[in-house]
Design a protein. Structure first.
Length: 318
């Protein structure tokens, strides 16, 4: 089945550079409900959106103490905070956010992301940058790749040193259409009205955001060392050579991993369970996010991320 004008007219061109996204979002409930809110709450629905970006600081940013560095990076690059809000991911919002990308995600990746994003509170930031032609697209292009090997100095994710592809600390909305849709995924109507009111009032709330981040960070307890090598070394020290057959198998697998071998996360996960080895939640998250196979070998996402599109295609807001 092809979605086209028989079902709904595409959303305005300035909200997305992707024709496919414009048509898909036209029939997307999350987008449509929030777009109705935007039209009602903002005097000029389109113009305020060109200077707005949104960013989520994920649980790994707080466990690994990267939240304050992220806020400072934003400030140093011209992004003011207009609104900050604590929330928690659940399995439905996780699938809602990546609905059009996870058609190629492995089941293991989905399980690992569930574990990571539900490990504690996250914080949603509404940002303003009046010096950008489109703040959300600019921030998305500046954040850098989720894969550490593809990041370069000056990229947001390079500068805050996320240790692996999934432990990258931040999520940003790619462009205005995604800001609108993701607001609908995360928040109910009353919460959206409060967020949109902050955009309309246009008052910088940096100190309020800083205080919220500090409070959320304290809720995570002691800082977590997100180093993969530390976790593997600790498990090997704990096991020794292994006193049971299952533990001996696990010890051999960990030795292979430590020497650079690639072991699928579901294999190691099963061995950990069979060996009866309990490990802290964050150590488990570090192992799983490092070892998991992300995508199926064939296929492509329904909607590609912004990084696949050249900046020269971005239409101007008028």
């Amino acid at each position: 089945m092809k979605i086209d004008e028989r079902h709904a007219q595409p959303i305005p061109d300035v909200l997305s550079i992707s024709p496919d996204k414009r048509q898909l979002y036209a029939v997307d409930t999350y987008f449509n409900e929030t777009w109705e809110d935007v039209q009602r709450e903002l005097p000029d629905q389109l113009q305020p959106m060109d200077r707005i970006a949104t960013l989520v600081l994920k649980p790994d940013a707080f466990a690994g103490r990267a939240a304050e560095a992220s806020l400072n990076w934003l400030a140093s690059h011209g992004y003011d905070v207009l609104h900050s809000r604590k929330f928690r991911f659940n399995r439905f919002s996780i699938r809602g956010i990546w609905e059009y990308q996870w058609n190629i995600a492995t089941r293991a990746r989905k399980d690992v992301v569930d574990d990571l994003l539900q490990a504690g509170d996250s914080v949603y930031l509404v940002l303003r940058n009046g010096n950008s032609a489109c703040a959300s697209r600019e921030l998305a292009s500046m954040k850098g790749s989720s894969a550490p090997s593809k990041r370069k100095p000056g990229d947001f994710r390079f500068d805050i040193s996320g240790p692996n592809t999934l432990l990258n600390f931040i999520h940003t909305s790619d462009e205005p259409a995604d800001i609108i849709r993701e607001m609908g995924v995360f928040f109910n109507a009353d919460e959206r009205r409060e967020i949109l009111s902050s955009i309309r009032e246009d008052v910088v709330q940096f100190s309020e955001a800083q205080e919220l981040l500090q409070n959320v960070e304290r809720s995570y307890g002691d800082v977590v060392d997100l180093d993969f090598g530390r976790v593997v070394r600790g498990l090997r020290d704990q096991l020794g050579s292994g006193s049971t057959a299952a533990q001996s198998t696990l010890a051999s697998t960990l030795a292979e991993v430590q020497s650079g071998g690639t072991i699928p996360w579901p294999v190691l996960d099963l061995q950990l369970r069979e060996a009866g080895l309990g490990i802290p939640r964050w150590d488990r998250i570090i192992l799983s996010t490092t070892l998991v196979n992300m995508d199926t070998p064939e296929g492509e996402p329904v909607v590609n991320g912004l990084s696949t599109s050249p900046r020269t295609e971005f239409p101007a807001f008028t």
